[in-house]
Design a protein around this ligand. Structure first.
Ligand SMILES: [Zn+2]
Length: 69
């Protein structure tokens, strides 16, 4: 299985954030476009749930292709 990268994406659509080079969970990162501030820990959670959903969707598609219902 290939590893997937999920970019941090602001709700304004920008993926540019001002953040420390190695952000810690307690750090706040700031959207470079709209200036929204987010806790890195919360972003990590959002990303994790997005990845999980994508993996589940891919898995279901794969089963369908293989003829499972
Ligand atoms: Zn933004």
């Amino acid at each position: 299985m290939t590893s997937q990268t999920v970019n941090i994406l602001c709700s304004c659509g920008s993926d540019k954030f001002e953040s420390p080079r190695n952000p810690k969970a307690s750090d706040v990162i700031i959207c470079a476009r709209c200036g929204v501030q987010k806790k890195y820990r919360i972003l990590q959670k959002e990303i994790a749930s997005k990845v999980k959903k994508k993996v589940e969707a891919d898995f279901r598609r794969m089963l369908k292709k293989a003829g499972f219902k």
